[in-house]
Design a protein around this ligand. Structure first.
Ligand SMILES: [Zn+2]
Length: 237
């Protein structure tokens, strides 16, 4: 790792994904002095409207609210900054992939991270898959690159909802142990997205998020953990 402060870039498709996928890890790493930036590609609003036009109007109306929620959630987790790019939610596939890649490249240029956390390529949600693809393209292992790790996180109600054969399965091989305070920050940040929380036993209920963290933790001898799949790791000791 370069320098004294490790920089971590989170690239997520939708505002709540960063909390679901790596909220506890962000809370822990921020507490330990790592610098975290969050880059949200979609605005997380317009797919709820029936037409794209209504979506655009609704998106314009609510984008400020989404940004405020995203800032609040990032602040709870201790992230240094959060940018909502505002690509059309659940229609990122309607955007030229090159445009999505350019947004990720902008994040890379401005922040120059050591570690990148992003979606898994096998998710059910198409925005998540495109997000992963854009990161894989923007962070190609070219000579002179400074980043060392790309880790894919799991997003409840998308990663595990893919059907067999629909995408590569999420097989975790990296874990970050969480203390109870990190878990509480994750749940508090999720509460910033009240509209995204469901009642138990939905996969997005607060109980389910805690149960997942306990399950992932127990796989590696920890009380609580978030799990990741290593997409690429260049060991720079
Ligand atoms: Zn999402």
């Amino acid at each position: 790792m370069r320098g004294t402060v490790v920089r971590v870039l989170v690239v997520a498709a939708h505002p709540d994904d960063k909390v679901l996928g790596c909220g506890g890890t962000v809370a822990r790493w921020a507490e330990e002095g790592r610098e975290i930036r969050v880059w949200l590609l979609g605005e997380g609003v317009t797919s709820r409207y029936e037409t794209r036009q209504a979506g655009a109007e609704g998106g314009a109306r609510y984008l400020a609210q989404v940004r405020e929620q995203a800032d609040r959630a990032a602040s709870i987790l201790g992230a240094a900054g959060c940018r909502v790019v505002g690509l059309p939610d659940n229609r990122i596939d309607s955007v030229d992939l090159l445009e999505v890649v350019k947004e990720v490249e902008r994040a890379k240029r401005e922040f120059d991270p050591d570690v990148v956390l992003t979606h898994h390529p096998g998710d059910l949600n198409v925005d998540h898959r495109i997000c992963h693809q854009a990161v894989a393209t923007a962070f190609r292992p070219l000579p002179g690159e400074r980043w060392s790790s790309i880790l894919s996180f799991e997003v409840s109600s998308s990663t595990e909802w893919q059907l067999p054969g629909g995408g590569v399965p999420f097989v975790p091989n990296a874990y970050v142990e969480l203390a109870e305070r990190h878990m509480e920050k994750k749940l508090a940040a999720m509460a910033a997205y009240a509209g995204e929380i469901r009642e138990w036993p939905h996969a997005r209920s607060l109980e389910a998020l805690r149960a997942l963290a306990r399950s992932r933790g127990s796989q590696v001898g920890c009380g609580l953990a978030e799990a990741f799949a290593v997409a690429r790791n260049i060991v720079r000791l």
